[in-house]
Design a protein around this ligand. Sequence first.
Ligand SMILES: Nc1ncnc2c1ncn2[C@@H]1O[C@@H]2COP(=O)(O)O[C@H]2[C@H]1O
Length: 886
Amino acid sequence: MGCTPSMLLDHKSRRRDSTGSQEAALAKVAPTPVCNKAVQAAKAPRASLESDGFSIQLSSKKDSYVSQMGNNFATQLHIKRISGSSSGSPGARAGRRSSLALTPEDEPLVDVANRSPPPAHIPNAMLYTPPEPLELLCVFPERASRVCAAACSAVARAGGEARSVRSARDALDALRRDSEAKLPHVIVVDARQPQTLDAPLLARAIRGTKNTQHIILIAIVKKSAYLKDDFVVLPYLDAGFNRVMVETLSATAWCAEVLQCRAAGASARAQVAAVAALAAAVDRCRDLVAVTDDQQRILLANKSWCRVLGWRGDEGPRPLSETAGGEAMRQASSGARDWEAPVTLRRRAAPDPILLPCRGAAIGLTKSTSHIVFVCEQTHAVETERGRGSLHSIRRGSLDVRSVASDGLRRTSLAKLQGLPLEAPITKVISLLSAATEGAPPSTVACIERAVDMLRTSELYSPQMRDDPKMRVEDPVATDLIGALLSQGPTNTLSSRRSSNDSTVVRSQTNRTNIKHKTTGQLRELLDTALSWDFEIFRLEDMTRGRPLAHLGLALMGGRFDICAALECDERTLLHWLTIIETNYHSGNTYHNSTHAADVLQAVAYFLEKDRLKSVLEPLEAAAALLAAAAHDVDHPGTSSAFLCNARHPLAVLYNDVSVLESHHAALTFKITLNDNRVNIFKNLDRDTYKQVRHNVIDMILATEMTKHFEHLAKFVNVFYAKSSGSKEDNMHTDEPLALDTTALSLPENVILVKRMMIKCADVSNASRPQKFAFEWARRIAEEYFLQTDEEKAKDLPVVMPMFDRATCSIPRSQIGFIDYIIIDMMEAWAAFIDMPELVNHARSNHARWRELDEAGVSTLADVWRALGHSSIHGQLQAAQPTAEE
Ligand SMILES: Nc1ncnc2c1ncn2[C@@H]1O[C@@H]2COP(=O)(O)O[C@H]2[C@H]1O
């Protein structure tokens, strides 16, 4: 402990020690104009003095050599309040607010009750020690001192043991050599021959030795000296003696003294033991505890206090104000009995103070306060840092007091908040990072501090364009596309351009030809290849006359994955579900139609075949992933959420401009499904299973929102690549290979990240497909963007992606930007996770081809297809393939 329990026991005597004189001691006890008079009064025995409302009485126990046991004051100083007006001036009384000056009558009762310290309650059981035979040590320089012999024989008669030594050195040796159990209860020191034995010096040395607080020290003085001066005892008491006794050879006198010493000794030992026990308890507290004297000088500081504030273990009493500030200090000074208020504590190794909730209490055995207890709650954040043993670390980790306004209310509520057992993981991360700065080189500290500053923002996952020369695509097309993908809300409105549907109205299936789910031989052959990465999706689109989803869905969901078993539904219901979902895709959209849904479904199915996912996902989770993929863009209007917001479309209004399309896709999926028993693939699931599947489907559909792209990617990377050297996000931007760590898969929350990543990658997997597919998808999305721009211009709406104008837009550049900013990082992370390098290989090779085209001056859609030697890949495919009906 910084300050020890022994300081608690004798802080009053230390006060005297520091002044070196009784006058100074008295002056300190009464630090008012009255004190000088008190000193004079002390010199004039039995003087009583009244002034300015005070009565000071000094009484000297001259007639008894036995002063009060266990009390270092042979002379007792009483400072009384005078309640009447007879002796104090009214002005003086009215003007003072100190606890000494104010009379109890001047204050409201409640206030008085709260200001007088509670009687310190020490349970009686704590103060009991079993009686022991008395151990006496006599220190008498004279070889055959008769006084010494009288004392020893009295101890023997009382059933105790006595020994004697002749010098101060021998006495101290005996104390230091003996184990604690053998320390004497009483030490009698011959103070009659100062030239041979300096008794006060020896007493100080004894009191400076460990565990001697309970030893009763008796100084033997000559009768002549004793009777000469009223204050003869004071230097002895100041030096640490408990009692001053006149030399005597009387066996009776010695016997009485010895018996009193045994009783007093037992009581003193019990008190010390009780204080030691309480100090040990305080030391084991998590909270920061300090006990001060009535002048707020710290007498005891527990281990938490020392550790958190950077105190050494051996510091003497010091003013609390050097370390603490705030409302708590004001409360403590007000004399309140019990209070709760925030305290700011300065730490030695950190510039920023910490703000902690603090409870305090004034303690006193009498009406006046002897001790003040401060218990500062160790908040979780401080404790986390403590775990790192870093004081330095606390600087950034927990509480930023500088940001706290000076008004007390805010500080109080902040302190209360910090007292709550709540802590966000980010707080722990900041604490750990801050701890890592300890002892680190300045450059590392600077890096960590910058990282911590970034972590402190609430926009953790908001992407910022990287300042990477390699990546600096100062291409307005790429900037336009990425900017539009990553931002949501009104930029700067649902088009009925290709659909006049109220999107929340389930489309009737009747306006479509019922699908033939009897597949032709060629279609069967094609569907047999549904689990290859170069699956001919556009051929399927053509063969099924724009209904690829139902056919592929039935083949994959009903066939290979048998989700009917997991969902406990029949294949017919699944077919109906697929059909109605497909019906609710807009066939007029060039990109966001059911072919895109089928493509994403095919990608998810392909991923699910990978060993990593097979081992991680339950059949029901796989089923949910396939359902989510099939439905993830249902009723997509062919325009972006930003467009809907700008157009003040009912969906944007319904979803408050937040995740408009994804919310709609997820909600409509369930509306369609639950609307009709014939399509309700969930109808046989029990409540909990339904809940689980629903949660999974919704979560995955919402994960396709591109504004959250970097959030999902960063979380995935941080979890599954966290253990390689350096930040994985940084690694992603270098050519260093990623080091995969899949141990985190044991946590369900991390499996969620995997499912999100899976559908995200599937959603934009077109850029990682073989070139002929990737280029067709690029054409389709560009066409859809162009149509949106056309509509925005026609309706005088803000143009979300002005660069996507069919007359001027460079398709190669838009694809280069898309791959650079969205695809590569994500595919690298996912490819490594599921062991599918072709994802990255295709993306890179597509990127290279787009670059070639760009460098060749190819720009518009028409240019691209001309350069590729045909008007459209899809057109080429269409011409070559038979349809499903053939
Ligand atoms: N090849 C591509 N080029 C440019 N943008 C794309 C490409 N593929 C997908 N996207 C965009 O990425 C988005 C992913 O979510 P959506 O399907 O809602 O809408 C998609 C398009 O806006």
